[in-house]
Design a protein around this ligand. Structure first.
Ligand code: ADP
Ligand code: MG
Length: 464
């Protein structure tokens, strides 16, 4: 076999082909790894630090294993460890490894991106692309004020609304803005669901090690300057998690660290919450976001069009804005559907073609509620596979793709917890589901076929 350095270079080259040019975070992560040894059946990868290791394990393990197997032409497992005071023997330098793309990325502010990734933030959500209107002006005003002066003005901040109305966007925009203003700030973004899962994992992995088991978990959250927790409803009502959450909350609150919480309902609607906690939440400021009116929906789509330089007329935008009234997520989905249709068919949309693109279901019935079982059935019909095979463990391509598409659509359409989806899909781990969802979201951006499949299945789901 080639030297370990050559081998790793080949693997990285292959991955670069696989990834879209904007997956810079992954590339910069890989720049901080090297191969220690390659044995008969394993590649032993060393990471610069725990952060790199964790991220690679969590999000990129499968892709790496597949690529390694492909290059080595045999099944190899990937072992990942963190360096212990040891310098790389044969390290592939970053330039050496990823060519011009990498340099470009570094110039374009990989540092901020790394910070954002470390904080668990997506650069996609900013105040620049958030449209303010009657329905959200208080929430917007509070969010921008907090982003400018974290910990000083309003604390805690509690934002609530129905699904798809912009809570996650605002919350992440706060984090991104703070990192941009003051890169040294320790911003932590998490969701109620992730908080719960991580706590469970910490408790499990610490079994038998006594009371220090959850220390890492605690430090991660309690040492933040800005703590952003999305969809806190997942935490409330689960005894252990709720308890842990309040300790975190109190510790940060006492230290006058900024806390921003979002939820699908106001604090007073949490039946299981004690009075002292409700009043804590309310001691700061509470704001809601209402569904957008026609004018606002149109404004959101126009902003989207202008930012994407899409060739879509105001007339068509107003048509979509009039038809899709439920929430912004659905509104964006319909817009994307129309745009894809126009590109695929090579036509400039008018009202008729738009109506066609949006499909009968959306035009006439509006979107109805769909559950994960219906999604599974539709995916199975679409790909001609059996539900039992999707739930089962076999890993050939004909099953893996439908399986991941099912994961993606279940998350996107119903926003069910990863754990629920994993349980439903044959008892899979929540991280497997996260990976599947991630994989398909990436693929939709690159592969027209996948994108079209997803759109078709969605139409079928809503039409049936
Ligand atoms: P929630 O967290 O309340 O369910 P999200 O923040 O995920 O909603 O919003 C759903 C989608 O709609 C996201 O893509 C988001 O960028 C977009 N969106 C929501 N509100 C606005 C807004 N006021 N301006 C621009 N985009 C918005
Ligand atoms: Mg959200």
């Amino acid at each position: 076999m080639q030297s370990t350095k050559e081998f790793w270079k080949a693997v990285l080259g292959e991955i670069e082909l696989e990834l879209s040019p904007n997956s810079m975070v992954f590339k910069s992560l890989l720049g901080r790894t090297w191969v220690d040894t390659i044995t008969e059946d394993a590649v032993n990868l060393i990471c610069e630090d725990e952060f790199v290791k964790k991220n690679i394990e969590k999000r990129h393990h499968d892709l790496l294993t597949q690529t390694i197997t492909k290059i080595a032409k045999k099944q190899l497992t990937l072992n990942i460890t963190v360096k212990r005071n040891q310098e790389p023997k044969e390290r592939v330098s970053q330039e050496d490894m990823l060519g011009p793309l990498f340099q470009q990325a570094r110039d374009a502010g990989v540092l901020l991106k790394e910070k954002q990734a470390k904080s668990n933030l997506s650069p996609r959500f900013t105040f620049d692309n958030y449209v303010m209107g009657k329905n959200n002006n208080l929430a917007y005003a509070i969010a921008t004020a907090v982003a400018e002066r974290p910990g000083e003005l309003y604390n805690p901040v509690f934002l609530y609304s129905g699904v798809g109305l912009g809570k996650t966007h605002l919350l992440q925009a706060i984090g991104n803005q703070i990192l941009k203003n003051k890169p040294g700030t320790r911003v932590v973004y998490t969701t109620g669901e992730a908080f719960t899962n991580e706590l469970i994992e910490a408790i499990q992995s610490g079994k038998g090690k006594g009371r220090y088991a959850t220390n890492d978990f605690r430090n991660k959250f309690r040492k933040s300057d800005v703590f952003l927790i999305d969809d806190v409803q997942f935490v409330i009502g689960r005894e252990t998690t709720q308890e842990e959450f309040f300790h975190t909350f109190n510790a940060l609150y006492m230290d006058q660290k900024q806390i921003v919480i979002t939820s699908d309902r106001p604090p007073k609607d949490f039946a299981t919450l004690e009075e002292r906690v409700t009043s804590r939440f309310a001691s700061g400021i509470i704001a809601d976001i209402q569904p957008p009116d026609m004018e606002m929906r149109s404004a959101i789509l126009r902003t989207k069009r202008d930012q994407g330089h899409d060739n879509i007329s105001n007339e068509v935008i107003d048509f979509i804005a009039e038809k899709i009234t439920s929430n912004v997520r659905e509104l964006e989905g319909a817009y994307l559907q129309a745009l894809t249709y126009s590109k695929a068919k090579g036509v400039v949309l008018d009202l008729q073609t738009t109506a066609l693109a949006l499909g009968q279901s959306i035009r006439e019935k509006g979107l109805r509620n769909v559950n994960i079982n219906e999604i599974l059935k539709t995916v199975c019909i679409y790909y001609s596979v059996k539900a039992a095979d999707i739930k089962g463990g076999r890993r050939m391509k004909e099953l893996v793709v439908p399986r991941q598409v099912a994961m993606y659509l279940m998350k996107e359409i119903t926003n069910s917890p990863y754990m629920t989806i994993g349980g439903f899909l044959g008892g899979r781990d929540h991280t497997t589901i996260m990976h599947g969802v991630d994989k398909i979201s990436q693929e939709i951006k690159k592969e027209d076929k996948t994108k079209q499949d997803v759109i078709n299945i969605k139409q079928l789901v809503y039409a049936s």
